[in-house]
Design a protein around this ligand. Structure first.
Ligand code: CA
Length: 328
């Protein structure tokens, strides 16, 4: 066994490498995206929820974008106003034949007269997350993408931070049917505010693959692009997504294949995305909507540390940050 010392050295080297790899893996920078702002604490997409998300040091703050009648990009989750405003009281005669109120039917000036509140079920009037900010209290308004960028850039200046924006183009086909090119309008505003390359602290996202591909190839955007994914069948389209996008935003459930008493097992989504150099930012980490998880800590541990996601969207950026820091 005169080779024994060499064998020991080789084994030690392998062991050190694997420890180093583990360390590198555990110290990977995880991206925390404040989903609709700090929406676990304040009504989603309000300026207040964005300011709180900034104070919590999220890496990015999300904006969902829908156009007004006069082509102003409004920060709101849906093309409808019904579930987050008092539109049915304020403008009872402005609903469409389907009984719903559309952002696109109102000017920005009109939209600013609405009260925004914690998300509720417009049929029952009950708020969706009962333990969150009380519906119908305090006073919040809708605002434009420009208002929000100026808030975040202003806070970056006054605090010395460099927190990014993470805008989502909502329903491009619906906008197109209503004669509006939402992507072009949003891209022009982003450029005006200094967001035009992958180094500019801006990630642009969209569920519509055709539109995101158009943003890259036809509108020639050089921004960091994330393809949002809704259905598990889309896991087979990663190579196409990688032809124009830099990352994917899947529902976190599509990272998990099963849960047993011994733990979780995972689909190949993250591994395949990483092979294609796509970052993976799943949605949505909510402390008050845990599904199959025992705790928020377990949810984050499973999706980030076990499944290997690179970050994600959360309504509770402070709590996600705290859990990730403990792990490190
Ligand atoms: Ca969104």
């Amino acid at each position: 066994m005169k080779n024994l010392p060499f064998i020991i050295i080789i084994l030690l080297t392998i062991s050190c490498q694997s420890k180093l790899e583990k360390k590198l893996k555990s110290t990977k920078k995880i991206t925390i995206v404040a989903h609709r702002g700090a929406s676990g604490y304040l009504p989603e997409h309000t300026i207040a929820s964005k300011a709180v998300a900034h104070a919590m040091n999220a890496d990015y703050i999300e904006q969902d974008i829908v156009l007004s009648k006069d082509d102003i990009p409004i920060v709101i989750h849906d093309i409808l106003l019904d579930d987050v405003t008092n539109v049915s009281e304020k403008y009872p005669n402005r609903k469409r034949e389907d009984g719903k109120y559309y952002v696109i039917d109102f000017t920005f000036e009109e939209l600013k007269t609405l009260e925004v509140t914690e998300r509720f079920d417009s049929k029952t009037g009950l708020q969706i997350y009962p333990t969150r900010f009380p519906k119908g209290t305090s006073s919040f308004r809708l605002h434009s993408l420009q208002d929000e960028i100026e808030l975040i850039q202003g806070l970056n200046k006054s605090s010395g931070k460099d927190i990014g924006i993470y805008p989502e183009i909502k329903k491009p086909k619906f906008h197109n049917e209503n004669g509006k090119d939402i992507s072009k309008i949003v891209l022009d505003i982003l450029t005006k505010y200094g967001y035009s390359t992958k180094d500019d602290q801006c990630i642009l996202q969209c569920f519509d693959a055709q539109e995101l591909e158009r943003i890259r190839n036809e509108l020639k955007s050089k921004l960091f692009l994330v393809q949002l994914m809704e259905f598990p069948e889309q896991n087979n389209l990663l190579a196409f997504y990688a032809s124009y996008a830099d990352g994917i935003g899947p529902w976190y459930k599509h990272l998990i294949s099963s849960k047993t008493t011994s733990g979780f097992s995972f689909t190949s989504l993250v591994e395949e995305a990483h092979k294609l150099d796509l970052v993976v930012h799943p949605y949505t980490f909510r402390e008050d909507s845990l599904d199959d998880f025992d705790s928020f800590k377990q949810m984050i541990d499973v999706i980030i540390h076990q499944a290997g996601a690179d970050g994600g969207f959360t309504d509770f950026p402070d709590k996600m940050k705290e859990i990730l820091e403990i792990k490190l």
